[in-house]
Design a protein. Structure first.
Length: 412
């Protein structure tokens, strides 16, 4: 098998069949091989390269180091030009497509136009095909649907195997996925299976006009610099994007696209885990990831009890309660309320920053809000550089006044 991407080292193979059992694609078999003169026949593993996907399962399974991936497996894809189109993984929960998919379609459209390519969506689920029109309405020109009972809810192994298999067959140039709990777990596996690169938590995506490579920008070194990452030697170029960082593609039900039912091999649907039950997080307040208005408090509140003024304003406005990391680290409010680089990215219509200085890591999570209102006693606080409206003064006096005035004018 010289010159191939994977090979069996005959001198090490003992014919134990572990590799045959490990291969999900029935690509490994045992054959009888004549021994040297006088020696008896040996059973040796042979790999059917037409079936092999280079997933590496046999390499891991072999206890005798008798199967190896060669440099060719890691070599640059022979023909990068054969990879076309921009793909968006359309995440769904209980059959409902998540809004992150629409955000990725909005961004994917720009990338596809810059490449002169098509925008495709990939939808995995059970009895899900009817939802594909929601993706074509948002601009997907083709939707690849894997509709199987085994894909009803997210499971790492079958989802990753199915997505990787589709990517091998259809060769997308770019594959985008939400930086959600599901997305992060899924695409890391897919990138490994495809032997390509992956940039997590991108805040900006663009196409290099000269090379046509995907420029993947994300904060680095604690948010102090923005790094632009390229993946020039392998395809697809894979990136995750956080919820609310990109604008949603606007739905137009008149838009048409092709919906293609994909054939899924049984072997791809195997999973060593299964979900016993699903326990939803109990939210007592408005979820800040979805809120139109957010009132956030920071260290300027001075003590946990003072979060009461933030909660009161939020209650008057029907808003979510956010917080800076300083407030969370101090134990004043749970982490699920943290806004910023290591918290949630939010994009409300109005964001109130009360007693928050506006460090870059906080801004990374909220600066795309339509209107920012900052209340801070320090006129030099960096938050005022991004604020639409700024109030210099003591929040413990201003916020209760604001709540009382709004309560009156809203007739509450
Ligand atoms: C890797 C990394 C990741 C991070 N991720 C995040 C993140 O996700 N989210 C995040 O928020 N931070 C994050 N941080 C921390 C960030 O750098 C800041 O330390 C943090 O945002 C500061 O929070 P703060 O603005 O509440 O506190 P401070 O910076 O201490 O600011 C308090 C502000 O309150 C004002 N103030 C005080 N008293 C009053 C008053 N009575 N009335 C009005 N104003 C008052 C002060 O003038 C000051 O501007 C991260 C840091 C690192 C290194």
């Amino acid at each position: 098998m010289a010159g191939e991407a994977i090979r069996v080292l005959d001198d090490k193979c003992v014919g134990c069949t572990l590799c045959v059992k490990a291969c999900p694609f029935d690509a490994v078999a045992m054959i009888e091989v004549e021994g040297a003169a006088g020696a008896k026949k040996r059973r040796l593993a042979r790999i059917d390269l037409a079936r092999c996907t280079l997933c590496g399962a046999c390499v891991t399974a072999c206890k005798f180091d008798a199967i190896e991936m060669t440099e060719k497996a890691a070599a640059p894809a022979a023909d990068l030009g054969a990879y076309r189109n921009v793909w968006v993984f359309a995440e769904q929960h209980d059959g409902e497509i998540q809004s992150i998919a629409y955000e990725l379609l909005g961004e994917g459209r720009k990338l596809a136009d810059a490449l002169g390519a098509e925008l495709w969506a990939v939808l995995l689920g059970a009895e899900i095909a009817g939802k594909a029109s929601e993706l074509t309405a948002r601009g997907a020109q083709r939707v690849l649907v894997a509709d199987r009972p085994e894909l009803a809810y997210f499971q790492d192994e079958p989802y990753a195997a199915v997505l990787a298999d589709m990517a091998r067959r259809h060769r997308p140039a770019v594959l985008l996925c939400g930086a959600t709990t599901v997305g992060r777990s899924l695409v890391a596996r897919v990138a490994v299976a495809l032997n390509t690169g992956l940039t997590a938590d991108c805040t900006g995506l663009a196409i290099d006009p000269a090379t046509k490579d995907l420029l993947q920008t994300r904060p680095a070194f604690g948010g102090n610099i923005m790094a632009t990452i390229v993946c020039p030697h392998t395809r697809p170029q894979m990136a995750t994007v956080r919820h609310k960082v990109m604008k949603e593609a606007v739905a137009d039900p008149a838009r048409q696209g092709r919906v293609v039912a994909e054939e899924i091999a049984e072997a791809l649907l195997k999973s060593r885990t299964r979900r016993l039950r699903f326990v939803p997080e109990v939210e007592t307040t408005v979820n800040i990831a979805e809120a139109d208005i957010i009132v956030s408090g920071g260290r300027g509140l001075q003590k946990p009890e003072n979060f009461a003024v933030i909660r009161e304003l939020a209650e008057v406005l029907g808003a979510g309660v956010g917080a800076s990391r300083a407030a969370v680290d101090a134990g004043w409010i749970p982490y699920s309320h943290q806004v910023g680089q290591t918290g949630k990215t939010v994009c409300p219509k109005v964001y109130f920053a009360c007693g928050i200085s506006g460090q870059i890591q906080h801004l990374a999570g909220m600066s795309s809000a339509d209107v920012i209102v900052a209340i801070n006693k320090d006129p030099e606080a960096p938050i005022f550089r991004v604020a639409t409206y700024g109030v210099v003064g003591d929040l413990l006096k201003i916020v209760p006044l604001l709540s009382a005035t709004l309560r009156r004018s809203l007739g509450k």
